[in-house]
Design a protein around this ligand. Structure first.
Ligand SMILES: O=C(O)c1ccccc1NCC(=O)[C@H](O)[C@H](O)COP(=O)(O)O
Length: 220
């Protein structure tokens, strides 16, 4: 069976992080965006990041962050990866990678097939792409909105394009996401929350069980 990376994003507590690590998360994400209910102070993320060291990759999620903000985040948590979830251009992604020497995952929002064309501009620049659903009209957040997009759009994507799939994935639909898109990775946030920004260890456990069941079913 091929590997499937799983990123649990927007972690803020020891209990939720412990559940993500116990479930086998390959990546754990920390959100640095003031308007988000998942926003975390760099120092607290740095403490949680130590718990994850050697077990899962720590991903710092930023939105059109300036250099001073990135400097503070890099110093506090020394992430294994930066996730750029705003409208960062290919040039900005390239400059960030060169300056911080850390792998970068560029998030792109998708509603229709044409949205996937934006990915081409980041090829050879971003280390990985994250295809997320376009936020609903008027949303405050560019991610973490719990909405899906049509996963069938990803079926025809160049097999060499390394991406994670996100947007509204949860225990109930993860099997379909895996079957339809065959992603190399999945990224989940609100699907394992009991309320916005409140991760629920029981939902995290249930999510990992659903992934295992789906993968066994597909392999059989
Ligand atoms: O989750 C947030 O609050 C957030 C805020 C600002 C930028 C990005 C954000 N989340 C990024 C993620 O990687 C989420 O996991 C991804 O959008 C999927 O979220 P969900 O649909 O809730 O599973």
């Amino acid at each position: 069976m091929t590997t499937l990376d799983i990123k649990i994003c927007g972690l803020k507590t020891d209990e939720a992080l412990a559940a993500a690590l116990a479930g086998g998360a390959s990546h754990v994400g920390f959100i640095f965006f003031a308007k988000s209910p998942r926003n975390i102070a760099p120092a607290e993320a740095g403490r949680l990041r130590q718990m994850a060291r050697g077990k899962a990759k720590a991903v710092a999620v930023t939105v059109d962050a300036d250099d001073a903000t990135l400097d503070a985040i890099m110093a506090a948590i020394q992430p294994d990866m930066l996730q750029l979830h705003g409208s960062e251009s290919p040039e900005r992604v390239s400059a960030i990678k060169a300056h911080y020497r850390v792998p970068v995952m560029k998030a792109l929002s998708v509603r229709q097939a044409a949205d996937l064309e934006a990915a081409l501009a980041y090829r050879g620049i971003a280390d990985r792409l994250l295809f997320d659903a376009k936020p609903p009209k008027g949303a405050d957040l560019p991610g973490g909105n719990g909405v899906t997009f049509d996963w069938k759009l990803l079926a025809g994507l160049d097999a060499k394009m390394d991406y994670m799939l996100s947007g509204g994935v949860n225990a109930g639909n993860v099997g379909e996401a895996i079957r339809r898109a065959k992603p190399a990775g999945l990224d989940i946030s609100s699907g394992v929350e009991s309320a916005p920004g409140i991760k629920d260890p029981a939902l995290i456990n249930a999510f990992f069980r659903a992934v295992a069941t789906a993968r066994e079913t597909i392999a059989a």
